[in-house]
Design a protein around this ligand. Structure first.
Ligand code: 2RA
Length: 350
């Protein structure tokens, strides 16, 4: 029969998109079991036209499960993914808990699908949303020109911080929207926004905040280190030079990245466009004369990474500058997890 799938974290921002994807993608699953924290247990969600009741996370929910997807915080995944594997399930984890474990493959199906088969711990990791949006567009350019270095600046949506991130931004926008006095305060929103910063260190409405994740050595944020470490692992380039600056912007969904990529050989913009035109998971939107560039408002709700603004560096014939946008809840999270699980379903049904 068809394999049984468990979705752990089914009621969160990513889990909600996952339930939509499972209803719209080719059906490869027998039973689908929705799992969440005690607080969300008992809720019903329609998947594949069928009303499913969310079960509370416990060891028994993994009985008979072939593939268990985890869209939960790092510490929950660290504890529960290994439990799922004890019941014989393959765990596909979207948290940061296992990504850099040398015994856990970090899989992007457009780039390294074969790695799903080498999973000594029975766990496969899904990359961070910011890395994913960018890496799908960088891999074809790496194949063409040989990547040496990435200099990155992200423009990250609030839904990367979950439903609470979305609720916080929309609440702040309510507070600032009628405040004409903002003009005379030079747009300083602090007074209007008040104390409700949600998961962010500063107001997001009408602002940008150069911070995502937690503080690490040297002043780097965890999000910036993820972009570096995960890019190296996915591309199999352990010495790749990566400098990232991660910035939160007042966008609901859609992470963007401005990329300066240095290669081993000379590049040309048209050659890069040609490589991207045929690349899986990529849509090329690069016609500034027609005011066509990749933006979150276009990418949201879609599967591919949108790529444009491709230019050869004026000062380095081996470097390209470009802009990428992707839906952080889809390719950045739920979709990539679903694609990995589908590779497993094909293997397990054989
Ligand atoms: C963020 N990358 O955007 C994180 C979520 N995994 O906050």
């Amino acid at each position: 029969g068809l394999p049984t799938l468990a979705v752990v974290g089914a009621t969160g921002a990513v889990g909600t998109v996952m339930c939509e994807l499972l209803s719209s993608r080719k059906n490869l699953w027998g039973e689908i079991r929705l799992v969440a924290s005690e607080r969300s247990a008992g809720r019903t969600i329609v998947v594949r036209g069928e009303e499913l009741t969310v079960r509370a996370l416990s060891p028994e929910v993994f009985e008979g499960v072939d593939v268990a997807m985890f869209d939960v915080p790092d510490e929950v995944a660290a504890e529960w993914a290994p439990i799922a594997t004890k019941y014989g399930a393959v765990a596909v984890d979207n948290s940061g808990a296992f990504r850099m474990d040398p015994d856990v493959p970090l899989v992007v199906p457009e780039i390294n699908p074969g790695q799903v088969r080498s999973r000594p711990k029975g766990i496969i990791a899904n990359a961070n949303c910011t890395t994913l949006a960018m890496i799908v567009a960088i891999a074809p350019l790496h194949r063409e020109y040989g990547l040496k270095e990435l200099v990155l600046a992200s423009y990250q949506a609030v839904s990367g911080a979950g439903q609470v991130g979305i609720d916080t931004l929309l609440g702040q926008i309510d507070k600032v929207s009628g405040d004409r006095a903002l003009g005379s305060r030079s747009g300083d929103v602090r007074q209007a926004v008040g104390d409700d910063l949600g998961p962010f260190p500063a107001p997001l409405a009408l602002n940008v905040v150069p911070w995502a994740g937690s503080l690490r050595d040297g002043g780097w944020s965890s999000e910036e280190l993820k972009m570096r470490n995960e890019s190296r692992k996915i591309l199999g380039l352990p010495d790749l030079k990566v400098s990232a600056t991660c910035v939160r912007v007042p966008v609901v969904t859609g992470h963007s990245v401005a990329v300066h990529a240095v290669f081993g050989t000379e590049v040309d913009a048209e050659g890069a466009r040609e490589a991207l035109r045929h690349a899986p998971g990529v849509i090329l939107v690069d016609d500034p004369a027609a005011e066509e560039f990749p933006m979150p408002i276009d990418a949201v709700g879609t599967d591919p990474s949108w790529v444009g603004r491709i230019r050869r560096s004026l000062d380095d014939p081996r470097a390209l500058d470009l802009f990428v946008t992707g839906d952080n809840l889809r390719k950045g999270a739920a979709l990539n997890t679903a694609q990995i699980a589908e590779l497993l379903a094909a293997e397990l049904s054989r």
